[in-house]
Write a protein that binds this ligand. Structure first.
Ligand SMILES: C[S@@+](CC[C@H](N)C(=O)[O-])C[C@H]1O[C@@H](n2cnc3c(N)ncnc32)[C@H](O)[C@@H]1O
Length: 455
């Protein structure tokens, strides 16, 4: 791998004696990792893989997972390079907080935040790019979140709609991606000596809107996967100068993390509280993270919250399904029909008419003529819900994800049933006697074999 010449010249100066080690690491091999989803059961295959814990994350492990494996498709594991896991650990929300992940696709940090919210509070997860928001939706659905609203908005629009609203905001900023050179060498093609300064302009615009959305005492976590001081220390120096009501909070440094470098910005010693992750000092690709607290005093009046909007006949169909399936655990959600789709909206979500909402909550199912059909998303979010469940083996799971109808050894109660494999909910089937009709989403079907689904 040939690093861009301008990059080498710049970092020879900045890194000094450490430059050869830094460059050598950037041309070395990529470090892989995965997180487990604490809201879902751990399968034996996961246990067997969880041999090398990541020291700074209780849910992170070194190693690679297969995207076709049962555990990945059922949202029990998430593939994430180890240094990216520091962001979720630093951001770590408290239960019941209102959290915004402003630059969220494909959802690595979002799923990490969800692990700590544990179905409480509210996560508004936003992606500006309409193409990338789909992947975010898929990952949130697989993860089984019931407390999440997905928006497809600009920071400007969000700040207008939700001023002073959030307890915690993560800005995992679009950046020059120098920490991705090893993982994705194509990132080097975009790099020019001016690129970090161009990215910094956009980051300042994003942060200018972000600060408007925090409550007094709220936390802002800013991260990049680049080494460029313009986007890291200099961005935080600018923020502290421009918004004196923000203070940096210290981040604990372990496993090779080092203090951020005031000498790469305005010399403000406070900047050492932020953290740098370099690939020659730790097992990961590289990141910069800063955590700030907002000391402003002005409370904003909380907006009106979402309300149920079901028509009487829709309510009846839903209540009939709840009674038949003895479903419980969703009582806290606000129910809204959008067309024929039923959504469960987190109760802490305000009414925001002007926002582009990609998914207003968890999609619970569809109203069909005279009946309600539960959704794939509900099955994936049902690990801790009371619903009819039926254990299937791995061979049956392979048939299921291929879209086949399959048979059971015994007659089971008729109706929509969450199928579980190795304890993990994998989707709905409709049991009729000894036959399971297939409700695995058509767009996700694939030919699974014992070989291509090994975790
Ligand atoms: C570093 S990536 C996010 C990675 C994500 N947090 C994760 O962990 O999977 C930055 C994201 O910011 C988005 N973005 C680009 N320009 C933006 C802008 N002006 N405002 C907000 N987000 C932007 C990009 O589309 C991209 O998805």
């Amino acid at each position: 791998m040939n690093l861009p010449a301008g990059f080498v010249t710049k970092y020879q100066k900045l890194m000094g004696a450490a430059a050869p080690d830094f460059f050598a690491a950037l041309t070395g091999s990529v470090e892989k990792g995965f997180r487990i989803n604490p809201m879902k059961p751990t399968t034996p295959a996961m246990q067997a893989k969880m041999t090398a814990p990541i020291p700074y994350s209780p849910i992170g492990y070194y190693g690679k997972v297969n995207g076709n494996a049962l555990e990945h498709l059922a949202g029990a594991v998430y593939s994430q390079e180890p240094s990216a896991m520091t962001v979720g650990e630093v951001a770590k929300p408290q239960l019941n907080e209102r959290v915004l992940d402003l630059c969220a696709a494909p959802g690595g940090k979002t799923t990490h935040l969800l692990s700590y919210l544990n179905q409480t509070g509210l996560l508004v997860t936003n992606e500006i790019n309409p193409k990338r928001v789909t992947a975010l939706g898929d990952n949130v659905e697989r993860y089984g979140a019931r407390n999440t609203v997905i928006t497809n908005e600009t920071p400007v629009h969000l700040a207008k709609a939700l001023p002073g609203f959030f307890d915690r905001i993560l800005v995992d900023a679009p950046c020059s991606g120098e920490g991705m050179f090893r993982k994705d060498p194509a990132a080097m093609q975009y790099w020019t000596p001016d690129y970090p300064a161009e990215c910094a302009i956009r980051q300042r615009e994003i942060l200018t809107e972000t600060v408007k959305m925090l409550r007094p005492g709220g936390h802002l976590i800013y991260s990049t996967c680049t080494f460029a001081p313009e986007e890291d220390e200099q961005m935080m120096a600018w923020l502290l100068q421009t918004y004196p009501e923000f203070e940096l909070e210290p981040i604990e440094k372990t496993a090779g993390m080092v203090d951020a470098k005031p000498e790469w910005a305005d010399g403000n010693p406070e900047l050492t509280k932020a953290v740098r992750l370099f690939p020659h000092l730790m097992r990961g690709e590289g990141h910069f993270i800063a955590k700030l607290v907002y000391r402003g005093a002005e409370e904003v009046k909380m907006p009106k919250l979402v309300r149920n909007n079901l028509k009487p006949e829709q309510r009846q169909l839903w209540e009939k399904y709840v009674a038949q399936s003895q479903l419980s655990g969703l009582e806290a959600l606000v129910l809204q029909a959008h067309g024929d789709q039923l959504y469960g909206i987190p109760a802490m979500m305000p009414v925001t008419r002007r926002l582009k909402i990609f998914r207003p909550g968890i999609q619970l199912g569809v109203f069909k003529k005279n009946r309600f059909e539960p959704s794939y998303a509900l099955a994936l979010a049902s690990a801790d819900l009371a619903l009819p469940k039926l254990a299937i083996n791995h061979d049956q799971w392979e048939q299921y994800v291929h879209g086949e109808t399959f048979s059971l050894a015994t007659t089971e109660p008729t109706g929509f049933t969450v199928l579980t494999c190795a304890g993990l909910p994998v989707g709905f089937g409709k049991v009729v006697g000894r036959t399971v009709k297939n409700f695995f989403p058509k767009g996700l079907r694939f030919l699974a074999t014992d070989e291509n689904t090994v975790l």
